[in-house]
Design a binder for this molecule. Structure first.
Ligand code: RUQ
Ligand code: CUA
Length: 764
């Protein structure tokens, strides 16, 4: 069928010429599409379970580690639509992260021994908790390569703080939080001296150490308080994942380890490699630590300072009875406390079993000092058999465990078999298995780390995608697979390619618990969460030279940057401070400038700064990078750098006189007509219960701002008109019109919202 005929038929259908059913294309029926695309009933069911129609919202929001990208990936479940990348350890231009002075200061907190680290190997995100339930306030994530923990505020999804671990050189077992987010745990991985000095590997057993750090979180301030944080010295075993107790086990934390052989490698000199040397023994150790008692020891000053940080030594920990070891099957990886806190599940990478420890049994052994022995450092070892609730064969290469809303039901990732095993950890039986693609690492159930998991969905975070997607070269996307766990049998619903890797762990929260704001108070420094000293109000824009710096106090609003012309002298340090005056949702302005690596993002209300040295004479255009309005391309300006010693010249403008009185009168008439439209929209809004709709209240606030600007421009145009300066009178009348158009646009958005959301008429 030719294009033209097709169009004609579409037109005929539209005007209701009643074409017969036979001419309805196969593309118009479900059966037709299924046939054409080769979809099965199961496929269509899966699509229906995951599809979120336009404008719809997801039930859960997942925060995934972005791996070495140093970011966090935010996506919705069940649609698996990516919503955001949160910049954490790595500069990210779109968000201006690592480009504006405010976020540079956050990244600078993550410097190690004076060096900038511009990546992070993120592994485990954790959502803040209240009484063991996710509360949606904060998010934490660790960096394995350069031991650091970051704090992200979920009020605006921005990274607020990075803390550097003062004693570790490698870590893995973070971030996990206590049931009321009093502490965030970080456990080391590859042992190293806790000081920064050189120690030969021949002294590995004596001088290399592991550690676990308890970072104190100040819930009121939303920041980690380093002065109230402490660590416990551990043997040079490779500590791994950690988890905090909850309910009956609250007050304790659990940290796995592997390579308790303390093997030091050396393949280059003919010794067997680490992988062989580190898997000789049949068991490794879980470290069990009474962190509440440890916190008391810290407060009582029973610590030693290492690199200025408080450390409870192994000797003190043993003497005070806060540190125990529990054997666990060969090369364990995950350690996961059950939602009710009564059991701890550990899986050994080289063992086919998952081991379920009973916290009650562990405590009885501790209380009765019923020890099976001591490790070389004198730490009491509990008896494996006496501590177990049960062991169950779950598959080859079990790694991590997540929990269902149904009691006693757990899901364990099976790396080697590429499967998920669903099992009952109370009774010890396998309930179901499902294949994934391929080599699953972590898995995530909804709110699966909390005291009350939501069940419903499970995401399999696979290490390999291999053949699942369109090929894009040797580096493949990652594959997150969505699994329906609401019934008895697990059902695979969706494959999502993730183009940032390698994601290790993810956590998902019920979307209703997240209430991020859509704008900042005008003049807000979002990184320090306080009013910016550079906040600038409309009409107060200025350029000020102070202490050798040219401070440009500017504003951004559709569609101009004030100031539009900035002239400085070669060699001067320039500091742009830009405040986005918008109140409307999603009206972000960007700011990019030639040559100086300046690229800012100013969300509504935000104040951001960029400081640099204007080191050569020249002309440097700047502009807004977000397509914010019809006249976005005109949102531009120039920084002029005069050669050193040259006098400033008064700008002479060359555009000439274009307008006469007739033009002015015509524009004013347009404006008066436009105002009538605006008035009718305003009348509609105010006659409805708009105050019951917060998004509309915000829009009205914003429209009012625009109308005030319009009034201001109107006044200016009239002043020029009285002076018969028709050029400037007309230009200001056009500007007055610009503000009216923006007000009308916002007003119409508000009116549509009210119409679509069942607003009712109210008596005036
Ligand atoms: S990791 S695949 Cu949590 Cu870093 Cu287990
Ligand atoms: Cu502001 Cu484009």
């Amino acid at each position: 069928m030719s294009m033209r005929l097709g169009k004609a038929m579409g037109f005929a259908a539209a005007v209701g010429l009643g074409l017969s059913a036979a001419s309805v294309s196969a593309q118009d029926t479900l059966e037709g599409i299924m046939k054409e695309r080769g979809l099965t009933q199961k496929d269509v069911l899966a699509a229906a379970k995951t599809y979120v129609p336009t404008g719809g919202r997801d039930e859960f929001v997942a925060f995934s580690s972005g791996g070495q990208s140093g970011q966090i990936i935010v996506y919705g479940i069940p649609s698996m639509r990516i919503l955001k990348y949160v910049a954490v350890f790595t500069p990210e231009p779109w968000q201006g992260y690592g480009f504006d002075d405010e976020s540079k200061a956050v990244l600078a907190q993550g410097r190690i021994n004076g060096k900038d680290i511009t990546f992070g190997d993120t592994h485990h995100p954790a959502i803040s908790e209240t009484n063991g339930d996710y509360d949606g306030r904060y998010l934490f994530i660790n960096d394995k390569a350069n031991p650091r923990i970051a704090v992200i505020d979920l009020a605006d999804f921005e990274t607020k703080q990075i803390v550097v671990n003062p004693i570790m050189k490698s870590e893995h077992g973070g971030a996990f939080v206590t049931p009321n987010t009093d502490y965030v745990i970080e456990a080391s991985q590859y042992a190293a001296p806790l000081t920064n000095e050189y120690v030969p590997l021949s002294q590995f057993n004596e001088k290399y150490r592991g550690a676990v750090t308890y970072w104190k979180f100040d819930n009121a301030k939303g920041r980690i308080d380093q002065s109230q944080s402490f660590s416990i010295e551990l043997p040079p075993y490779s500590q791994d994942l950690s988890d905090f107790g909850k309910g009956p086990s609250d007050g304790w934390s659990f940290t796995n380890s592997f390579c308790t052989e303390r093997y030091v490698g050396g393949i280059e000199s003919g010794r067997p490699p680490f992988e062989a040397g580190c898997s000789q023994k049949d068991t490794d150790y879980m470290h069990m630590i009474n962190w509440k008692k440890a916190a008391e020891l810290f407060k009582a000053g029973k610590t030693t300072k290492i690199n200025g940080h408080d450390v409870i030594t192994m000797d003190t920990a043993i003497k005070e009875g806060i540190l125990f070891l529990v054997p666990e099957p060969k090369s364990p990886h995950g350690v996961d406390v059950t939602p009710d806190g009564t059991k701890i599940i550990v899986a050994g990478k080289l063992d086919t079993h998952a081991s379920v420890y009973s916290f009650e049994k562990l405590m009885t052994l501790v209380k009765n000092k019923d020890f099976a022995g001591k490790d070389p450092y004198g730490i009491p070892i509990l008896d494996l058999k006496k501590a177990l609730h049960l062991q169950l064969e779950v598959g080859l290469g079990p790694l991590h465990t997540q929990y269902d809303s149904k009691p006693c039901v757990a899901y364990t990732s099976i790396y080697v078999d590429s499967q998920v095993t669903k099992w009952d950890y109370c009774e010890g039986k396998v309930l179901d298995k499902i294949s994934i693609h391929y080599n699953i690492g972590h898995l995530m159930s909804m709110e699966g780390d909390s005291v009350s998991p939501d069940g419903k969905y499970l995401v399999s975070l696979n290490k390999l995608a291999i053949d699942r997607f369109n090929p894009v070269g040797p580096l493949h996307p990652q594959n997150h697979q969505l699994i329906d766990i609401s019934g008895d049998k697990m059902e695979l619903l969706y494959d999502m390619p993730l183009p940032l890797g390698e994601p290790h762990y993810a956590v998902a929260i019920n979307a209703e618990k997240l209430k991020p704001h859509v704008r900042y108070k005008v003049g807000w420094d979002s990184r320090s969460d306080s009013e910016s000293p550079y906040k600038t109000r409309p009409g107060r824009e200025k350029i000020e030279r102070k202490d050798g710096v040219v401070h440009v106090y500017g504003t951004l609003i559709r569609s101009h940057i004030t100031p539009e012309i900035v002239e400085v002298e070669e060699g001067e340090t320039v500091s742009f401070h830009l405040t986005n005056l918008e109140r409307a949702e999603d009206e972000t302005h960007g700011f990019a400038m030639y040559e100086y690596n300046v690229n800012l993002s100013a969300e509504p209300g935000k104040t951001v700064s960029a400081t640099f040295k204007a080191d050569r004479p020249g002309v440097f255009p700047y502009y807004c990078t977000e397509f914010c309005s019809a006249l976005h391309l005109e949102m531009q300006g120039y920084m002029l750098v005069r050669p050193k010693g040259m006098k400033a010249t008064e700008a002479k403008f060359s555009e000439g006189q274009a307008y006469a009185q007739g033009d002015y009168d015509k524009q004013v008439k347009t404006n008066v007509d436009t105002q009538a439209v605006i008035d009718s929209v305003v009348a509609f809004i105010t006659s409805r219960n708009f105050k019951d709709f917060p998004p509309v209240v915000a829009l009205v606030e914003d429209a009012t701002d625009q109308l005030n600007f319009a009034a201001d421009a109107k006044k200016k145009s009239e002043d020029f008109a009285t002076k018969q300066d028709w050029q400037n009178a007309t230009l200001w009348a056009q500007q007055w019109f610009q503000y009216q158009v923006k007000a009308a646009d916002i007003g119409l958005r508000a009116k549509t919202f009210l119409e679509q959301n069942g607003a009712v008429e109210v008596k005036q």
